[in-house]
Ligand binder design. Structure first.
Ligand SMILES: Cc1ncc(COP(=O)(O)O)c(C=O)c1O
Length: 403
């Protein structure tokens, strides 16, 4: 899963770093450079996972700009906030994520983090503290950073089967078969909505079965919710998370605002942990705070302050919801158009979120890039938002010979 960090043969005493093995550059970031240097006018970028508008831009949202203006006028201090970050941000966001009732639970504790990645890492560090010998089970496939985040924190990682390429759906039977063998006390990492990279969705009934399994077998769900509002709607996309939190004594949730508020580089996220009792939640919180102190001391403020201002200002909140609905509609309209454009792409219409995985061999991915200027991740993952209704015919024409 990861390259060796230490070379087997240290090169000598004079270079203290000689024992390090060179690490490969991030493949998707490499794709950005290739795309940038491609001079062809009809090139299509479906690689990097950011939302794109019809003109190919990843704009700053109106509500974000307006909140930034307010902050500029009204912020009176940049003094430290503390390891929990902006507490009002976390409280307001909890209502959006967990719903009114669960957000009030004194068994749930939440803090601001440095993006969804920071939330995953902070959760991993907590697991290392409470369950040093447990294993985190991740789906095959999953977001490529999941494995490294847990491994770097010293938490063992194994995979469960999730996606059936032939039917382009969740292979729920295989998933359950693998999870049946997970040891009590282990952790299952689940994408709350909009699975990255497949877009495949679990039904409410299937989520119920997962909740039952966690309860019966004493497994801890660790939910990664990075695309709330970009699938079916804010409440719809949080339904599985709320269902698991309601059904189980303990659960962990890593959250990202970087997609649904378009704040990517500002690194805005949150970690929530549900414990069996308020007293336990208070102890969990003290541990989260001490771990955050050791990781980044305090999370960066600006992005979370923007989200707070949006959520506490009724006009901005309403406008953000409109903008989010527009983003969602754009993605889902592209899904519908892709599904109608070729019989082998019909599955894309049933999936949700920004991504789909095309059944392509690695050499077909390279051929599409070289011959047609169509860029996608090496595993055939496409960012649907990189398309437009006018570019779909060229994309499907380039793809069809490889299907
Ligand atoms: C499934 C998933 N989880 C977490 C993240 C991390 O998001 P952030 O940029 O907020 O760290 C991403 C980002 O691509 C993601 O796709």
């Amino acid at each position: 899963m990861m390259n060796a960090i230490v070379a087997t043969q240290p090169q000598g005493d004079e270079d203290i770093f000689a024992a390090l093995a060179a690490q490969p550059a991030d493949a998707l970031l490499g794709l950005i450079a290739l795309y940038r240097n491609d001079q062809r006018s009809g090139k299509i970028d479906l690689g990097v996972g950011v939302f794109r508008a019809d003109d190919g831009s990843t704009p700053v949202m109106r509500s974000v700009k307006a909140a930034e203006k307010l902050l500029l006028q009204e912020q009176t201090s940049k003094s430290y906030l503390g390891p929990e970050g902006d507490a009002i941000y976390a409280d307001l966001l909890a209502e959006i994520v967990l719903g009114g009732e669960q957000a009030q639970s004194d068994r749930i504790t939440g803090v601001q983090t440095t993006g969804g990645t920071g939330a995953l890492r902070l959760g991993a560090e907590l697991l290392k503290r409470v369950r040093p010998n447990a294993t985190v089970w991740i789906s095959t496939p999953t977001w490529p950073n999941h494995g490294p985040i847990f491994i770097e924190a010293g938490v063992a990682v194994r995979s469960y089967r999730f996606y059936d390429v032939a039917s382009a759906t969740v292979d729920f039977e295989a998933m359950m078969e693998d999870l049946e063998h997970v040891a009590a006390g282990d952790i299952i990492l689940l994408h709350g909505c909009c699975h990255n990279p497949t877009g495949a969705t679990l039904s409410t009934q299937q989520w119920r079965i997962i909740a039952n399994l966690c309860e019966e077998r004493g497994l801890l769900p660790f939910i990664d919710l990075a695309y709330q509002g970009l699938g079916d709607g804010l409440d719809e996309d949080a339904a599985a998370t709320r269902q698991l939190f309601a059904a189980l004594p303990s659960a962990i949730l890593a959250y990202s605002c970087d997609k649904n508020f378009g704040l990517y580089r500002e690194r805005v996220g949150a970690l929530w942990v549900q414990a069996p009792s308020p007293a336990s939640a208070a102890i969990v919180r003290s541990n989260i705070l001490s771990l955050a102190r050791g990781l980044w001391s305090m999370p960066p403020d600006h992005g979370a302050a923007i989200v707070r201002v949006i959520l506490e200002t009724p006009d901005l909140r309403a406008d953000w919801m409109i903008e989010l609905a527009e983003m969602r509609s754009r993605i889902n309209a592209l899904r519908t158009a892709l599904a109608a454009a070729h019989p082998d792409l019909a599955f894309i219409g049933d999936q949700r979120g920004m991504f789909a995985m095309l059944p392509l061999a690695p050499d077909a991915v390279v051929a599409m890039r070289r011959e047609k200027g169509i860029y996608m991740a090496g595993n055939g993952r496409i960012n649907i938002a990189g398309l437009t209704l006018p570019t779909i015919p060229a994309f499907v024409a380039g793809l069809a010979p490889h299907l």
